[in-house]
Write a protein that binds this ligand. Structure first.
Ligand SMILES: [Zn+2]
Length: 81
């Protein structure tokens, strides 16, 4: 069985897309059993969505950027205004 650090490394990189079927199945099995890695992969997806949103947002829209940061990092302390 893969270890958490192997699963997170594979999921954070593009290696998983080109990995052999055996590796992809092992990652899938690990994710079915490991809440920590599932949460990590969900957070990666949320960060990816936020980055894609930022890429198309207005460059000086600080309120929107702060709202995106709150979505990605809900526990983050906002900067003083
Ligand atoms: Zn894990």
């Amino acid at each position: 069985m893969l270890r958490c650090n192997e699963v997170t490394r594979l999921c954070a990189s593009e290696e998983i897309d080109g990995a052999p079927l055996k590796t992809r199945l092992a990652v899938r099995l690990h994710l079915m059993m490991c809440e920590h890695c599932r949460r990590y992969v969900r957070e990666l997806a949320r960060i990816g969505e936020a980055v894609r949103s930022l890429a198309v947002s207005e460059p000086d829209d600080a309120d929107r950027d702060e709202a995106l940061l709150r979505r990605v990092l809900p526990d983050r302390t906002p900067p003083p205004s």
